[in-house]
Design a binder for this molecule. Sequence first.
Ligand SMILES: [Zn+2]
Length: 93
Amino acid sequence: MPKGNGKRGAMTPHRFFCINCGAEGIPIYRRVSRQYAAGHRKKLFCPWCREMVNHIECVTDEDVKQFKEDFEEGIYKDEAEESLLACRSTWQR
Ligand SMILES: [Zn+2]
Protein backbone atom coordinates (compact mmCIF):
# COMPACT_ATOMS: atom_id res chain seq x y z
CA MET A 1 0.00 0.00 0.00
CA PRO A 2 1.54 3.33 -1.03
CA LYS A 3 2.10 6.00 1.58
CA GLY A 4 -0.34 8.54 0.25
CA ASN A 5 0.11 11.10 2.98
CA GLY A 6 3.88 11.19 2.81
CA LYS A 7 3.85 12.18 -0.83
CA ARG A 8 3.71 15.91 -1.29
CA GLY A 9 2.09 16.88 -4.55
CA ALA A 10 2.96 19.99 -6.43
CA MET A 11 1.66 23.10 -4.78
CA THR A 12 0.25 25.68 -7.14
CA PRO A 13 0.22 29.32 -6.13
CA HIS A 14 -3.24 30.76 -6.38
CA ARG A 15 -3.09 34.46 -6.83
CA PHE A 16 -5.64 36.80 -5.34
CA PHE A 17 -6.52 40.20 -6.67
CA CYS A 18 -8.41 42.82 -4.71
CA ILE A 19 -11.62 43.78 -6.50
CA ASN A 20 -11.50 47.22 -4.90
CA CYS A 21 -8.04 48.45 -5.98
CA GLY A 22 -6.96 45.66 -8.34
CA ALA A 23 -3.72 45.04 -6.46
CA GLU A 24 -2.33 41.56 -6.09
CA GLY A 25 -2.54 40.13 -2.61
CA ILE A 26 -0.54 37.39 -0.97
CA PRO A 27 -0.70 34.16 -2.97
CA ILE A 28 -2.04 31.06 -1.29
CA TYR A 29 -0.42 27.76 -2.19
CA ARG A 30 -2.88 25.00 -2.80
CA ARG A 31 -2.43 21.40 -3.72
CA VAL A 32 -3.34 20.83 -7.33
CA SER A 33 -6.90 19.69 -7.43
CA ARG A 34 -9.46 18.84 -10.02
CA GLN A 35 -11.64 21.57 -8.65
CA TYR A 36 -10.73 24.60 -10.70
CA ALA A 37 -11.12 27.61 -8.48
CA ALA A 38 -10.48 30.45 -10.90
CA GLY A 39 -12.88 33.34 -10.52
CA HIS A 40 -13.66 32.25 -7.00
CA ARG A 41 -14.08 35.05 -4.48
CA LYS A 42 -12.30 35.01 -1.20
CA LYS A 43 -12.50 37.59 1.53
CA LEU A 44 -9.00 38.72 2.38
CA PHE A 45 -7.36 41.68 4.02
CA CYS A 46 -6.02 44.06 1.39
CA PRO A 47 -2.95 45.93 2.68
CA TRP A 48 -3.61 48.70 0.17
CA CYS A 49 -7.28 49.26 1.04
CA ARG A 50 -6.58 48.40 4.68
CA GLU A 51 -9.88 46.55 4.75
CA MET A 52 -11.34 43.12 4.34
CA VAL A 53 -12.49 42.91 0.77
CA ASN A 54 -13.32 40.19 -1.72
CA HIS A 55 -10.45 39.04 -3.86
CA ILE A 56 -10.68 37.16 -7.14
CA GLU A 57 -8.79 33.91 -7.23
CA CYS A 58 -6.57 33.44 -10.29
CA VAL A 59 -4.63 30.32 -11.15
CA THR A 60 -3.28 30.81 -14.64
CA ASP A 61 -1.81 33.84 -16.38
CA GLU A 62 -4.98 33.86 -18.47
CA ASP A 63 -7.05 34.29 -15.32
CA VAL A 64 -4.86 37.21 -14.25
CA LYS A 65 -5.17 38.80 -17.67
CA GLN A 66 -8.93 38.34 -17.59
CA PHE A 67 -9.17 39.85 -14.13
CA LYS A 68 -7.14 42.90 -15.13
CA GLU A 69 -9.31 43.41 -18.21
CA ASP A 70 -12.49 43.04 -16.18
CA PHE A 71 -11.13 45.34 -13.49
CA GLU A 72 -10.26 47.99 -16.08
CA GLU A 73 -13.80 47.69 -17.42
CA GLY A 74 -15.05 48.44 -13.93
CA ILE A 75 -17.19 45.32 -13.62
CA TYR A 76 -16.11 44.75 -10.02
CA LYS A 77 -16.86 48.30 -8.91
CA ASP A 78 -20.35 47.68 -7.51
CA GLU A 79 -19.35 44.35 -6.06
CA ALA A 80 -16.35 45.94 -4.36
CA GLU A 81 -18.54 48.56 -2.74
CA GLU A 82 -21.01 45.94 -1.56
CA SER A 83 -18.18 43.79 -0.27
CA LEU A 84 -16.68 46.69 1.69
CA LEU A 85 -20.06 47.66 3.15
CA ALA A 86 -20.79 44.06 4.11
CA CYS A 87 -17.39 43.69 5.75
CA ARG A 88 -17.72 46.96 7.63
CA SER A 89 -21.12 46.00 9.02
CA THR A 90 -19.70 42.63 10.09
CA TRP A 91 -17.02 44.31 12.15
CA GLN A 92 -19.36 46.85 13.69
CA ARG A 93 -20.58 46.10 17.16
ZN1 LIG B 1 -7.40 46.65 -2.29
